[in-house]
Write a protein that binds this ligand. Sequence first.
Ligand SMILES: NC(=O)c1ccc[n+]([C@@H]2O[C@H](COP(=O)([O-])OP(=O)(O)OC[C@H]3O[C@@H](n4cnc5c(N)ncnc54)[C@H](O)[C@@H]3O)[C@@H](O)[C@H]2O)c1
Length: 382
Amino acid sequence: MGLVGAGFVGPHHVDAVRRLGFVDIIAVAGSDDESGRRKAEALGARRGYGSYQALIDDPDVQVVHNATPNQLHFAVTSAALTKGKHVVSDKPLAMTAAESKQLVEQARHAGVVTAVTFNYRGNPLIQQARHAIARGEIGTPHFLHGYYLQDWLIKDTDYSWRLEPEKGGASSALGDIGSHWCDLAQHITGLRITQVLGDITTVVSPRKRPRGTREAFEVDAGTGPVDLVEIEVEDLASVLVRFDNGAKGSFSVGQVCAGHKNDLVLEVCGSRASMRWQQERQNELWTGHRDAANEILQKDPTLIDAEVRGYAHLPGGHQEAWADAFCNVMRDIYGFIAAGSPPDAARPPAMATFEDGYRANCIVEAVLESARRGGVWTNVSD
Ligand SMILES: NC(=O)c1ccc[n+]([C@@H]2O[C@H](COP(=O)([O-])OP(=O)(O)OC[C@H]3O[C@@H](n4cnc5c(N)ncnc54)[C@H](O)[C@@H]3O)[C@@H](O)[C@H]2O)c1
């Protein structure tokens, strides 16, 4: 593998792939020679490059991981596909649905394996819930609701490239974390979001932008020089959703909600029972009943369905976490590549496709359009 972009999430790509045991970590590309060399050394990669093209041109790199800021996603992924490399892109696939669609087409012609890291799919209890819902355990889903809240942008001294449309895209909170919620809601139920009605807000504006660069979740020391900038993108949003089976739903996203660190909650209410999963308590799956006591399934390989047992790697009581789920995603992706599967073969469940990435862009754009028009129902076009 070769990694482009080793900030917050890039190193987790390397860790996860390294744990598989059968993939060489060949190279890391940074934004210049010095950062490429330094980051390659820190991550134990053999080579460091100062440009993504040099990494892509390395004949030893067969799989390119794209963990750059959003504005580079299209260029890096497109260059890797042009060179016939497999690509693992972090979300969003690209800054706009139009660019993502182009990448879907380019990947189809390149005939390589491609994937997007919607990493919450890799959690064992997400796969358990998906399996249980598919075999009818909760009946027909009629209401999906939840939220994805964080607090790392609550202060006006908090800053990220995600807040600059030319670097992050037209949306911030929705694109960054709402896309995960939507992918998970569709993945767990097999339903598709067809219409949305959005209300979006920018709570914190202006913000103090540091003159130097800062990686995600890096806390401001409060000492360096800053520029005061108006923020155009949303840091809070609430969305009503309609699904293709007639089910309704709602979710909120925000990065200005104190105490919520990485708080993704998804509940599916069906005609017989409800099921809820919370990222911050990810070893528990709640099932709600009308005529019996509610239950909490604690993650335990012996208590989950045989078909999804491969996603749980520790016995009951041994907590599995964010990085383990990320590793499960890589296991699905690299298992598929190593098996020599044709790109259009049936994929393991935790391996989101470029089409899934494109769909996430379409949903976010539909929410922005809905909000722009004053909060009207808007079709998700794809
Ligand atoms: N799946 C997830 O849960 C998850 C979590 C975090 C971030 N992400 C996604 O990953 C991407 C990166 O986010 P992050 O939080 O790691 O951001 P970050 O700012 O912490 O890291 C980005 C890194 O890319 C480097 N970079 C910039 N230009 C470059 C270039 N031309 N060539 C090589 N490297 C370059 C930066 O120096 C930095 O180290 C984003 O698209 C984000 O949406 C996904």
